[in-house]
Write a protein that binds this ligand. Structure first.
Ligand code: HGA
Length: 607
C-alpha cells in the first residue's frame, strides 16, 4: 500500500526521495510524487504509473531543496491520476498520507462553506485544506496539525512539509505504520525500515496516536494526549532490509528459491541445532487450560491458518475456528476466557488483522501472533509474538512467508499437543526429524522447475482453472488458486474434493484444467475417486503427487508433477512449492508484472 518517505538532510532531497520510493515499490502503487521546500518555496512533482515516469519528469523539471516528502499511492478514494497523486498541496502545506480519513466528507462540507474549491477526489486533500485553514486562522504549522489530528477519524500515517520552513517536518500515525529514522544532522520519516535502510539503521517506530515534530537535529514525539513520549530507538539489522534479486529475474523467483534456507532457519529457531525439544515461550502460552483457539488472518495467511486448523485439532484436540479478519472484526464474535486468539500477518501491519487483534485483547486468555516483522504493530500488541524468520519478502504474492507461517503454525500444533499430552515423545521425535529433513525435500521439489515451466506455458492458455484438495491439502488448493489469480490474472477457484459433486462439477469440460493436490496419504483414494469423476467428464487433470500416488493413479492424466515423499503432516508445506512455481511460470508465460501485479498491494494497511 502507499509508501511514505520524508527527508530533512544536508543534501539535495529529490534523489534520496526517489531512491526510497523505489524501495517502497514492492508495496504496490499506481502513482508517485515528491514535494520539497527550496529557499522557502514549496513545490512538487507527481506522475501516474510507474516510478520511472516521476524520475523522467524530474529530469526535465528538477526539484531542488534539502527537505522533502515523497509518496507512492495505492488509490482508495479517486482514480489513479496525477491530480489525485500525493503530495497534496494547499497554500503553504503539503501532505502525504497512507490510510483513509473516514470523516473526510464532514471536512469537505465545512470547507465548502468556507468557499474552498477541491481539485482532487481524495480524502487526503481535506487534510491539507484543513491545516491550511487553521494556519489562516493564525495557527502555527504545529498547532494546526495538532488541532486537526484531534478531529481525524479513520486510519492515517501522515507527513507534512510547510512553505517557508526549511527545517521542519511533522509526522503522525494512527492505524497505519510510520517510523522515524535518525541520522547525523539529518532526520527522516518512512513507512518502514526498508525505505529508510540506505539512510540509517536507527529507527523509532511511532505508536498509535503519536505525533512527531522533526528538525535536522531534533525529534520530539508526543502521544495521543499530547504528553512527551519516550519511544525506543532500535538498530535495524541491514540484512533484514536488503532488497535485491540476487540474480533472479523476479523477487518472487528469488523468494521461492530461498525457502529451503529460511525454513531451516525457522526450524533451527524453534528446535535448536539438534534434538526434538521445542524452544517455545511455553510459560507465556498455556495450551492445557484452553477449550478453543481462534485463528484470524487475511489472504494467504488465512490459508495458512486453515491448514493449522487441521494440525491443531488433529494433534492437540483443541477446537479451532478460523476467520478472515475483515469479517471477524465486525461480527462481534463471542471470545471469552479459555480462548487463545492467534493472528497471522506477514507485515504485522494488516489493518483488518490488527483490528481483530484489538477486538480480542481483553477477552481472550492470550493474544499470540505469527509475524515476519518483529517490530510491527501486531507483534508489539500481542502477548507473545512468534517470528517466522522468512526475511524481507518483496514479491506481492507471498511465497516464503507462507511456507514459514506454516512451519511455525505446525510448531504451535506440536507444542500444544506436547503440553496436553496428546502426542507421544516418539511421534514428536519422528515429526521433528522429518521437519529437519524438510529443506532438502523442498530442494528436490524445486528441481521440478523445468517440468513446471513447460506445463505452465500450456496452463497460460486457460481461461479458468480449478484446484482440488482434501483434508489438509484443501487449504493448499485454495492457496494455489489464489496465487494463480494474483499474478497471472487467470480465473481460478478451489474446492474441497468432496464438494465437487455439489456444484462445481458442472464447470468441467475439455477446456478446464483441474489441478489436484494429493500426496499418497490416508485420504488419497478418496481424492482420486473425485479426480476420476472429473476425467470421466473430459476434464484435463494435472495431478501433483508422489511416486506412490502416480503408480496408483497416473493413467489418463493430462499432466503430472512428481513430488518427493514426505511425512504426511508436512505435505502442505512441501506442496506449496509447485503451487507457487505453477503460478509464477504461468504469469511469466503471460508476460504479466509478476512482482507488482495490477491492483494489488503488499502490506494491506487500509481496510
Ligand atoms: N486514501 C488515500 C491514501 C490511500 C492509501 O493509503 N493507500 O494505501 C488516497 O486514496 O489517496
Amino acid at each position: 500500500m502507499c509508501g511514505i518517505i520524508g527527508y530533512l538532510g544536508q543534501h539535495e532531497a529529490a534523489p534520496f526521495l526517489v531512491d526510497a520510493l523505489r524501495r517502497l515499490e514492492y508495496r504496490g502503487y499506481d502513482s508517485a510524487g515528491i514535494a520539497t521546500v527550496n529557499k522557502g518555496a514549496l513545490d512538487r512533482r507527481r506522475a501516474v504509473g510507474k516510478l520511472v515516469n516521476l524520475s523522467d519528469l524530474l529530469v526535465h523539471m528538477p526539484l531542488a531543496g534539502k527537505s522533502g516528502i515523497g509518496h507512492t499511492r495505492w488509490a482508495t478514494h479517486g482514480e489513479p491520476s496525477e491530480r489525485n497523486a500525493h503530495p497534496h498541496k494547499a497554500g503553504p502545506v503539503a501532505v502525504v498520507h497512507n490510510g483513509i480519513i473516514e470523516n473526510y466528507r464532514d471536512f469537505r462540507s465545512e470547507l465548502k462553506e468556507m468557499g474552498v474549491d477541491f481539485v482532487t477526489d481524495t480524502d487526503t486533500e481535506t487534510v491539507a485544506l484543513m491545516v491550511e485553514a487553521y494556519m489562516r486562522d493564525g495557527d502555527s504549522p504545529r498547532a494546526a496539525v495538532e488541532r486537526l489530528l484531534k478531529r481525524l477519524e479513520g486510519a492515517y500515517a501522515l507527513a507534512f512539509l510547510f512553505e517557508g520552513e526549511e527545517d521542519l517536518m511533522i509526522a503522525a500515525r494512527k492505524g497505519s505504520p510510520l517510523a522515524i529514522g535518525h541520522g547525523e544532522g539529518e532526520n527522516y520519516i518512512g513507512s518502514d525500515a526498508i525505505a529508510l535502510a540506505p539512510l540509517t539503521d536507527k529507527i523509532t517506530y511511532l505508536e498509535e496516536g503519536d505525533m512527531a515534530v522533526l528538525t535536522r537535529t531534533s525529534v520530539e514525539i508526543r502521544d495521543a494526549d499530547g504528553q512527551l513520549a519516550n519511544r525506543e530507538m532500535r538498530e535495524v539489522k541491514q540484512d533484514n532490509v536488503r532488497v535485491d534479486k540476487a540474480g533472479h529475474k523476479h523477487f518472487m523467483a528469488k523468494e521461492i528459491a530461498e525457502q529451503p534456507q529460511v525454513i531451516s532457519e525457522a526450524i533451527g529457531h524453534y528446535f535448536g541445532a539438534s534434538g526434538h525439544q521445542i524452544r517455545f515461550p511455553s510459560d507465556d502460552i498455556d495450551f492445557t487450560t484452553v477449550s478453543r483457539m481462534v485463528l484470524v488472518a487475511c489472504g494467504t495467511a488465512f490459508y495458512a491458518c486453515l491448514t493449522a486448523k487441521y494440525w491443531i485439532e488433529k494433534l492437540a484436540g483443541i477446537p479451532v475456528e478460523v476467520d478472515v479478519a475483515s469479517e471477524f472484526r465486525y461480527r462481534e464474535p463471542p471470545v471469552g476466557k479459555g480462548t487463545i486468539a492467534l493472528f497471522v500477518s506477514q507485515s504485522g501491519e494488516t489493518a483488518d488483522t490488527l483490528a481483530a487483534l484489538r477486538y480480542c485483547k481483553d477477552k481472550a486468555d492470550r493474544i499470540v501472533s505469527v509475524v515476519n516483522v518483529p517490530e510491527s504493530s501486531i507483534a508489539r500488541e500481542s502477548d507473545v509474538a512468534l517470528p517466522i524468520l522468512a526475511g524481507t519478502e518483496i514479491g506481492v504474492a507471498s511465497t516464503k512467508a507462507f511456507s514459514c507461517q506454516l512451519t511455525v503454525l505446525l510448531v504451535v500444533a506440536l507444542e500444544a499437543a506436547r503440553q496436553r499430552g496428546t502426542i507421544t515423545d516418539d511421534r514428536l521425535a519422528d515429526v521433528t526429524s522429518a521437519l529437519r529433513g524438510l529443506p532438502s525435500r523442498i530442494n528436490m521439489a524445486l528441481d521440478n522447475e523445468a517440468v513446471v515451466e513447460t506445463l505452465a506455458t500450456e496452463l497460460s492458455e486457460a481461461r479458468d482453472v480449478l484446484f482440488l484438495g482434501r483434508g489438509q491439502m484443501y487449504p493448499l488448493a485454495l492457496e494455489g488458486a489464489l496465487k494463480l489469480k494474483e499474478i497471472s490474472y487467470i480465473h481460478a477457484e478451489a474446492y474441497a474434493s468432496g464438494e465437487l459433486k455439489h456444484g462445481p462439477i458442472a464447470l468441467i469440460d475439455g477446456n478446464m484444467p483441474v489441478v489436484v493436490m494429493a500426496p499418497r496419504d490416508a485420504l488419497f483414494d478418496k481424492t482420486v475417486s473425485n479426480m476420476q469423476e472429473v476425467m470421466a467428464r473430459g476434464g484435463k487433470v494435472l495431478l501433483i503427487t508422489d511416486k506412490a500416488g502416480l503408480d496408483i493413479a497416473g493413467d489418463g492424466l493430462w499432466r503430472s508433477i512428481e513430488m518427493p515423499e514426505v511425512e504426511d503432516l508436512l505435505a502442505p508445506i512441501l506442496y506449496a512449492i509447485p503451487a507457487q512455481q505453477l503460478a509464477y511460470h504461468t504469469a511469466v508465460a503471460k508476460g504479466t508484472d509478476v512482482d507488482q501485479p495490477r491492483n494489488l498491494a503488499k502490506s494491506v494497511t487500509v481496510e
